[in-house]
Design a protein around this ligand. Structure first.
Ligand code: PRP
Ligand code: URA
Length: 210
């Protein structure tokens, strides 16, 4: 596997991804699983979060003890499906700021189209975790990271639950400096640029739309 690409092989993540894939899994359970998987993946992806020593008075004495300087983390879900992962990261780092990038794939060309963007300032001083459950052609993730970099973002990570090899290759070629944290690497894309075996349309399954 390429440098800067981390596939999460933890058995709990793999078990929950199998439940996600099942077409019988309904909206409620699907949302819950996306959030649980994000918590498990986030634990690993945020391993290098900066710490600061805070003065704390224990019942015994006063000491300095490390705490996450959470104000420095920005989460940027790619709308819509990335929204399903946001709560999972906020469970771990409740004080993180949340930006949004709205992108949808054209059904014919599979090219991403942007319709919304709002990033927390100062973006250049934050660790930025971009969230999207699916990395298919990679077009949406590449466009999102292009946009964040144009606005000054530097320390960027990308987290997805399922990726196609085509998406990993495309993203890695465009942004070799951005680590990819992925729950499972699937086989390939089909003729409609859907991931095989995948889980179908993540946004529709999270929000119960069709
Ligand atoms: C899905 C998914 C990604 C994108 C991945 O979003 O959530 O954003 O497709 O495909 P790509 O790697 O080929 O760009 P979609 O465009 O279906 O929008 P939605 O989240 O609103 O359903
Ligand atoms: N977007 C999805 O939601 N699923 C896929 O398989 C590909 C892109």
């Amino acid at each position: 596997m390429k440098e800067n690409v981390f596939i999460m092989e933890h058995p709990l993540i793999q078990h929950k991804i199998s439940m996600l894939r099942d077409e019988r899994t309904g909206t409620n359970e699907f949302r819950r699983l996306i959030e649980e998987i994000t918590v498990l993946m986030g634990y690993e992806a945020l391993r290098d979060l900066p710490l600061e020593d805070i003065k704390i008075k224990t019942p015994i004495e006063t000491c300095y003890s490390p705490m996450v300087s959470g104000k420095k983390l920005a989460i940027v879900p790619i709308l819509r499906a990335g929204l399903g992962m946001t709560g999972g990261i906020l469970t771990l780092v409740p004080s993180a700021k949340v930006g949004h990038i709205g992108l949808y794939r054209d059904e014919e060309t599979h090219e991403p189209h942007e319709y919304f963007c709002k990033l927390p300032a100062p973006i250049d001083q934050r660790t930025i975790l971009v969230l999207d459950p699916m990395l298919a052609t990679g077009g949406s993730a590449v466009a999102a990271v292009n946009f964040i970099k144009q606005h000054g973002g530097k320390n960027i990570k990308f987290m997805c639950i399922i990726a196609a090899p085509e998406g990993i290759k495309h993203f890695h070629e465009c942004h070799p400096d951005v680590p990819i944290y992925c729950g499972h690497l699937d086989r390939c894309l089909n003729e409609n640029a859907y991931i095989c075996p995948g889980l179908g349309d993540a946004g529709d399954r999270i929000f119960g739309t069709k």
